[in-house]
Design a protein around this ligand. Structure first.
Ligand SMILES: [Zn+2]
Length: 479
């Protein structure tokens, strides 16, 4: 028989614990670094990182208990820090652990109420217990065969231990649907999943800001890289930082962040969920789409500066965010205010709908201007050689704008049923709104009519067939 060396290892882990714990743990550190070397953390996805943590975690030291019950073990001064930490879980486990006992050979007095055929001794149970207790006991189903005793976790209906239910227990049994509404709001919102994920991170305050990292890692400065004036918390970075403040003011409908005094993103969400606190006529989900594009833009710039890449000035960041917002709109096509049926413009405004009729030789552009009482103020048509639909649609909006200028009109809401055109005009002072093709028939019919009769220029509505001037019904030239 050969005596093993003190530093012998088995499956890569030290077989004997030495008094020199840092030496024992050095091996663990080496293993972690070895693994991490091949995993470029910057390139890792969230799932990849979870895998890495799991892989490294499984190589950590395992402790064995001989001849004892984990719940009864008492912590001793000489125990290692890690073992002490493990023992701290005792009190947590005791909150939800329950031992399921096989009645036939378990606690003796229970077995007295059970007949040899493994059925309750009904008479005896009724004799000994109150009516309601007896009822409850007799409702306990006895197992057909002998079973080993086993542990069950009361936190979950299936009796299996879970981190989720443990958190719930520790927080003192939060009511079932606490906070669920807010998560539903996120996951059911019409946003792109990337933005939903970002929103979720915000509300959980789960982004690794410097303020957060500095509390767990030594030698990390917690100051905001964008202003160097405050601790970088997520609320500072995306809301109170002068950099964010400027972006919100310029991009976010002149919102002044310092006037919204909130302590958390939950509070922030509650504040902006109230219709009166949002820019007028903007739905909460549209607002969140813009918000998350701003948050994403700031976070990207912050990361760029953190790794020493060239700084982008705030105007550039603003443009990037604008582009991102359009990009997002293209994906979800929900963030653009979409008009589902034609409605008159607000007082002292005009609404201009435009459309085109394409033929092999070119296209006819049409625009119709209406006022707050739905009166037709002007109709304009124009023939072009363009037969590309997107270009023609864009030209129709331009023709309408030129016509408005020549008439000396200022307050105009332009509506087009072409989403690409709408997106192209987003950056302009008067954006073009998207109207569903199903309710833009008046402009469409006028273009069709002008094609049939080769009419170009300004036209009075009196000269047009009445059937043409309908928002919802297509005009048929044959009738
Ligand atoms: Zn800052």
């Amino acid at each position: 028989m050969r005596r093993m060396k003190k530093d012998a290892t088995y499956l890569g882990l030290p077989l004997f614990r030495s008094l020199n714990r840092s030496k024992d743990l050095h091996l663990l550190t080496e293993r972690v670094l070895q693994r991490v070397k091949s995993w470029k953390s910057r390139l890792l996805s969230k799932a990849g990182r979870a895998c890495l943590i799991q892989a490294v975690g499984s190589s950590m030291a395992t402790y064995y208990i001989k001849g004892g019950n984990f719940l009864d073990i008492e912590s001793r001064g000489s125990d290692s820090g890690m073992w002490k930490a493990v023992l701290q879980a005792q009190s947590i486990l005791q909150k939800g652990l329950c031992r399921a006992i096989d009645a036939s050979h378990g606690v003796s007095w229970v077995s007295q109420f059970i007949l040899p055929n493994n059925r309750w001794n009904v008479d005896m149970v009724r004799d000994w217990f109150s009516h309601s207790d007896a009822h409850a006991i007799l409702n306990v189903d006895l197992p057909e065969e002998d079973k080993e005793d086993f542990w069950i976790w009361l936190g979950e209906n299936n009796g299996n231990f879970s981190i989720r239910s443990t958190c719930k227990l520790l927080k003192g049994g939060i009511p079932e649907n606490d906070g669920i509404e807010i998560w539903k709001l996120i996951w059911h919102s019409p946003l792109h999943s990337r933005l939903k994920f970002l929103w979720w991170h915000l509300l959980r305050d789960a982004l690794p800001t410097k303020g957060k990292l500095a509390t767990i890692l030594e030698g990390i400065s917690d100051s905001c890289i964008l202003c160097n004036e405050a601790t970088e918390s997520s609320l500072h970075l995306f809301w109170f930082c002068p950099f964010a403040k400027a972006l919100w003011f310029q991009l976010g409908w002149s919102i002044r962040t310092e006037l919204v005094n909130v302590q958390s993103w939950m509070q922030w969400t509650e504040w902006f969920k109230m219709d009166s606190n949002r820019p007028s006529s903007m739905s909460f989900s549209d607002f969140m789409a813009h918000t998350l594009c701003i948050v994403e833009g700031i976070w990207n710039e912050r990361n760029r500066r953190l790794v020493g890449e060239k700084e982008m000035d705030i105007l550039r960041v603003k443009d990037m965010i604008r582009l991102k917002t359009i990009d997002h709109i293209m994906v979800s096509s929900k963030a653009v205010p979409e008009i589902l049926s034609w409605a008159p413009p607000p007082s002292s405004w005009l609404c201009c709908n435009s459309d085109v009729a394409i033929s092999s030789s070119g296209s006819v552009l049409a625009a119709v201007f209406r006022d707050e009482w739905s009166n037709i103020i002007a109709i304009k048509t124009s023939m072009t050689n363009v037969n590309d639909p997107l270009l023609a649609e864009a030209l129709a909006v331009c023709m309408a704008a030129t016509e408005a200028t020549s008439m000396g009109l200022n307050n105009i809401i332009f509506q087009s049923d072409n989403l690409n055109v709408v997106n192209e005009f987003q950056d302009q002072a008067s954006p073009v709104f998207n109207i569903k093709i199903q309710c833009n028939f008046m402009a469409h019919n006028i273009a069709k009519w002008a094609t049939c009769y080769k009419v170009s220029g300004r036209t009075s509505s009196d000269a047009l067939p009445a059937a043409l001037l309908d928002d919802l019904i297509e005009w048929n030239p044959g009738l």
